[in-house]
Design a protein around this ligand. Sequence first.
Ligand SMILES: O[C@H]1[C@H](O)[C@@H](O)[C@H](O)[C@@H](O)[C@H]1O
Ligand SMILES: [Fe+2]
Ligand SMILES: [Fe+2]
Length: 305
Amino acid sequence: MTIAIEQPELGIEVPTNKNITHDPNELELEEGFKVPEANTFGQTFRDYNAHSERKESVEQFYRLQHINQNYDFVKKMHEQYGKLNRVEMSIWECCELLNEFVDESDPDLDEPQIEHLLQTAEAIRKDHPDEDWLHLVGLIHDLGKVLLHHKFGALPQWAVVGDTFPVGCAFDESCVHYKYFKENPDYNNPKYNTKNGIYTEGCGLNNVMMSFGHDDYMYHVAKENKTTLPSAGLFIIRYHSFYPLHRSGAYTHLMNEEDVENLKWLQVFNKYDLYSKSKVRIDVEKVKPYYLSLIEKYFPAKLKW
Ligand SMILES: O[C@H]1[C@H](O)[C@@H](O)[C@H](O)[C@@H](O)[C@H]1O
Ligand SMILES: [Fe+2]
Ligand SMILES: [Fe+2]
């Protein structure tokens, strides 16, 4: 059974001066979550053109992602990874497997993924203490990155992380490092390179095939293992990397009414996913009992992955 939740009142929450803390390494959780002015490298968040030690490697990541993620590739990956016949494990075991990975697409973070999961979840918990389902979504939203692990065939980073976008219709110019799509075989394919491509206006995101990666995979894992998370929670997991939509407002012509409602929660979530990235460590052992209780509430003890 899926648990019903109320809609949030606000859409996007932009950083305001009132909430800014001046030390980027300080994750201030005392009086609500404060949006930092800069990331750990002293740059604005998600500035893909800023000169930083990660700029070149992040750009090379997007080059490969944009060349390789086409309609046929995504279809093939759904067939291979949709079966969930690789591993049986609990949600917490998966969190621990992520310990060794650093996301090569991320200009704002070079910490192991488990830190990011807890930082996101704890920041949400501070501001929305009663939405326990949203705390859990914070903890699990990036678990699909386990596809990088050798137990899952050690997929290349371009098949797992980075922003996502629909395949089967034209790539939108708001995508990060858009220029590299010109080398994608779908770019010149008339079947796939018009505004709607193979889709129809208002068809609903559920009918749109997204580039393959950790979002869609984790959505599938949660759904097939019969989570009781509300539909907004599943929507957040599935589309949290779809920045062209939730940040730039592209592809809205493909949404239906349900998507419009769910998008409000995704925009609440995004603030914590993005701006909680920092060098401040969370004491895992201290918060673990709380998260284990949430996992027990919303998931079976073992899941098929
Ligand atoms: O680099 C990041 C990272 O891979 C995140 O997990 C993803 O959700 C973002 O969209 C992406 O920009
Ligand atoms: Fe993510
Ligand atoms: Fe994340």
